[in-house]
Design a protein around this ligand. Structure first.
Ligand code: PMP
Ligand code: GLN
Length: 378
């Protein structure tokens, strides 16, 4: 069959998780928790599975949109209208897709920073847009080079992807980064697609620099969020898009023809869950402990750990162990020592000469320790 699609291949997450299963390996590749969600959420779902089983309104049930608005007020001190600025979707992936597709014309350029989450480039190309890849410097801690960004902007630039905390590196933006970005965007009509799915996983006492906190940026942003990361429910595929009214109107036109609306009982359960701040407030320290446990267990190994400031990913440099291409090493380690990881070269248009793997530490402590023990023998 002659595919009509641009060359978009199969995602690395499908490949590595399938290999991990086939090999019976510890799966630290695809980013998902190796433990269950809180029983409180399970009970809420059981409760709402009675009597809430028909279509939800297209934009999401008003109760959930209200809960999201209240949470946004509490966390960022920002008032959003549940009526015109909040849309519930089936995972942040849908939000990313609809945000790009509702604003990118064929030939428009969309800037992303490599290593970039693997959905960004194909979503732009499926919309007929042109992905523009800028490469973050590993030795610079994957910080944005705003001068380079300013030089990359052309009359065709339609949007820029922001992603903090960053997948795959765990780098985060600071408030000053938002200011630098705002300075560059002044006087342009460039939009932002801000992927903030790890907003509640930020370490070492740092604060998440949401574009919502910057009034000039907020006016031009689609903020894509996911309940999957915050409540250990990646399989629910539930998320949301926060955007000003003029963007939300366009976003919803797309959303209605992609999924129309998202699962009703899940929306009700999340409505109640969002009213209990402790779940998102405790998340950073929960994952910081896991990050530190994994790092400690790798201490005697030949891996060099790169800083992880947020998300649930730890990148490691393995150049003291091997000079193999990371995609080969990730497969070999899955087969030989039964530990699966993600090779970060897949997140680049032009991978630099470097030797880095990404491990997901959203796993039980015994799995993290066992994986680190196996890796330390290399
Ligand atoms: N963006 C990033 C950076 C992610 O890591 C993920 C996946 N985990 C997503 C978007 C997709 O989120 P969801 O599973 O809610 O579609
Ligand atoms: N976001 C997850 C990761 O980075 C994977 C999501 C997916 O499999 N699509 O590992």
């Amino acid at each position: 069959f002659a595919s009509k699609q641009p060359n978009i291949g199969t995602t690395i997450f499908t490949k590595m998780s399938a290999l991990a299963t086939e090999e019976g390996a510890l799966n630290l590749s695809q980013g998902f928790p190796g433990f269950d969600c809180d029983p409180v959420l399970q009970d809420l779902l059981a409760h709402y599975s009675k009597g809430h089983n028909q279509y939800a309104p297209m934009a999401g049930i008003p109760e959930l949109r209200n809960s999201i608005a209240e949470k946004t007020k509490l966390v960022y001190d920002v008032n959003l209208s549940p009526i015109s600025e909040i849309t519930v979707v089936s995972g942040a992936t849908e939000a990313l897709f609809a945000a790009i597709h509702c604003c990118v014309h064929p030939g428009d350029e969309v800037i992303m920073f490599d290593p970039s989450y693997d959905a960004y480039d194909p979503i732009v190309r499926l919309a007929g847009g042109v992905p523009i890849h800028l490469t973050l410097k590993t030795e610079n801690g994957f910080r944005i080079d705003f001068e380079e960004l300013a030089r990359a902007i052309t009359p065709k630039t339609r949007a820029i992807y922001v992603n903090t905390p960053h997948n795959p590196t765990g780098a985060i933006w600071e408030m000053e980064d938002l200011n630098s970005l705002a300075e560059i965007l002044k006087g342009t009509a460039i939009l932002l697609v801000s992927d903030e799915v790890y907003e509640h996983i930020v370490f070492d006492g740092k604060q998440h620099a949401s574009v919502l906190l910057h009034p000039e940026l907020r006016k031009r942003s689609f903020v894509c969020g996911s309940f999957g990361k915050t409540y250990h429910i990646t399989g629910w595929k539930m998320g949301y898009c926060l955007a000003p009214e003029y963007l939300t109107a366009e976003f919803r036109k797309l959303h209605q023809w992609v999924t129309f609306s998202s699962a009703t009982p899940l929306q009700w359960a999340l409505t109640d869950m969002l009213k209990m701040p402790k779940y998102w407030q405790e998340l950073s320290s929960f994952y910081q402990q896991k990050r530190d446990l994994f790092a400690k267990a790798l201490k005697g190994s030949k891996f060099r750990l790169l800083p992880s400031q947020g998300s649930f990913f730890q990148c490691v440099d393995y150049s003291e162990i091997s000079q193999e291409f990371d995609q080969d090493l990730a497969v070999r380690l899955t087969k030989e020592i039964k530990v699966a990881s993600i090779p970060i070269s897949v997140f680049y248009e032009q991978p630099p000469e470097q030797r880095i793997l990404r491990f997901c530490f959203a796993k039980t402590d015994d799995v993290l320790i066992e994986a680190a023990n196996r890796l330390s023998k290399l």
